[in-house]
Design a protein around this ligand. Structure first.
Ligand SMILES: [Ca+2]
Ligand SMILES: [Ca+2]
Length: 233
């Protein structure tokens, strides 16, 4: 008697056969689903609705407080990711130069105590350089105090925090620096000072400005999750 003929009238064998069918079908389905879930519900190249989130952290690579004379440039160099532990494992996506400054002008004359006049704005220009990625931005002290930042990114940061319809591979190509953040960094700060005016008997001069600065690398640990609109479920 063949297995199949036997099966027709043998209850134990029927149960065994059903069990075999169950496991043969269930295991690949189970593991297939588990793998798909681990991959965000689809393969790397499948287009889906994804939410691009993640955690941003900053690594300070330089900081200081320098008086920069009018027309002079402070160069902050010898900055390199070699000084950071396991930099290769970090997704370094940008660099930020943060500057803050007040206003100091000198007054000279016998009427200054009574009528010191007003200061004139200085222009403080910051620049970051990393490989082919240069960025520059200026700010002014508005006659009193101020600050500004220079932000340079080599990823497409516009999709961070957004819900997009793309493949995972496309998103990764946009938010993963793929080593572009490794290497040397330089920052420059230039001060262009202007002296304000005062009344007769008082002159103002502006020798430069004191700038407090820091240079930070931006590390982005991205998280790409399938997006489900709960209202549509
Ligand atoms: Ca000034
Ligand atoms: Ca000044």
């Amino acid at each position: 008697m063949s297995f199949f003929e036997d099966l027709m009238n043998n209850r134990d064998k029927q149960i065994m056969a059903l069990s075999i069918v169950f496991f043969v079908l269930a295991f690949p389905i189970y593991f297939g689903l588990a793998a798909a879930n681990a991959d965000g519900g689809a393969g790397l190249n499948a287009v889906n609705m994804y939410e691009v989130t993640g955690e941003v952290t900053y690594i300070e690579i330089a900081a200081g407080d320098e008086f920069i004379a009018d027309g002079d440039t402070l160069t902050i160099d010898n900055l390199h990711t070699d000084s950071i532990d396991d930099a290769d494992d970090l997704n370094i996506v940008g660099v930020i130069l943060t500057m803050s400054y007040t206003e100091a002008e000198d007054t000279n004359g016998f009427t200054c105590a009574a009528a010191p006049g007003n200061p004139a704005e200085d222009t403080i220009t910051g620049m970051t350089m990393h490989g082919e990625y240069n960025e520059t931005a200026s700010g002014s002290n508005n006659g009193d105090s101020g600050g500004h930042t220079v932000e340079s990114y080599w990823i497409n940061e516009s999709i961070v925090g957004e819900i997009v319809i793309m493949s995972k591979a496309e998103i990764i190509s946009m938010v993963d620096a793929d080593g572009a953040g490794l290497g040397a960094y330089t920052a420059e700060i230039t001060v262009d000072a202007n002296a304000g005016n005062a009344g007769a008997g008082c002159t103002r001069s502006d020798p430069g400005e004191d700038v407090v600065y820091k240079v930070e690398l931006v590390v982005f640990e991205y998280d790409i999750r399938p997006f489900f609109d709960l209202e549509e479920l």
